[in-house]
Design a binder for this molecule. Structure first.
Ligand SMILES: Cc1cc2nc3c(=O)[nH]c(=O)nc-3n(C[C@H](O)[C@H](O)[C@H](O)COP(=O)(O)O)c2cc1C
Length: 173
């Protein structure tokens, strides 16, 4: 089975995790980028108008793979908006995928993400792994959105989370 890791990251956490998992599985890692640097303004704009932004490379690079492991932040309970382009492509081009995220987790555990993925891609992911920064913080900071949003994964976090992800994926890959 040909597997690809495809990531989008705004502040670097999902990129760091995607990099390490791709290395561990010895698979290609493709990073989704945008022409203009994303800002909080364009995040809010895309949320309000439900936009699917133009991204690079184009999603047809998924064609040669059988299984896609997406890494992406969760924004407002949804897959980060640059991911929409790739997820929507799967609706027309049926392919197995997993959705993996290191998200903030400060509020309520992202109950809407599974429905959002199903709506965009036309099917549920083979695995949905939503890891939370709040679980890496001391108890008095777990619900503090400022602390979860500004946290940068360190080497120990990346190693531990990578082991967790690859173990969960063992049954699927
Ligand atoms: C605009 C915005 C909205 C966010 N919404 C959520 C959310 O709904 N749930 C959550 O758990 N984390 C949320 N977060 C936190 C990010 O998912 C978290 O900081 C993540 O680690 C960022 O990943 P990145 O470094 O790969 O961009 C949000 C962050 C931003 C910037």
């Amino acid at each position: 089975m040909s597997i690809a890791v495809i990531s989008y990251s705004y502040t670097g956490n999902n990129k760091a995790l995607a990099d390490r998992v791709a290395k561990k599985l010895s698979v290609e890692h493709i990073q989704i980028t945008e022409q203009k640097k994303r800002t909080m303004g364009t995040i809010i704009f895309d949320a309000l108008f439900n936009r699917t932004p133009r991204v690079f490379p184009a999603p047809n690079i998924m064609e040669k793979h059988d299984m896609i492991l997406f890494f992406s932040p969760i924004w407002m309970g949804m897959a980060a908006f640059p991911m929409r382009t790739y997820l929507k492509y799967l609706k027309e081009n049926s392919k197995k995928y997993c959705f993996i995220s290191i998200s903030g987790g400060a509020v309520n555990g992202n109950p809407t993400i599974e429905g959002n993925l199903e709506k965009l891609a036309g099917r549920k992911p083979s695995a949905l792994i939503d890891l939370h920064i709040s679980d890496l913080l001391p108890s008095h900071l777990k619900s503090d959105m400022k602390s979860t949003s500004s946290y940068k994964l360190n080497e120990n976090d990346i190693e531990a989370l990578t082991n967790k992800i690859t173990k969960e994926l063992e049954a699927i890959l």
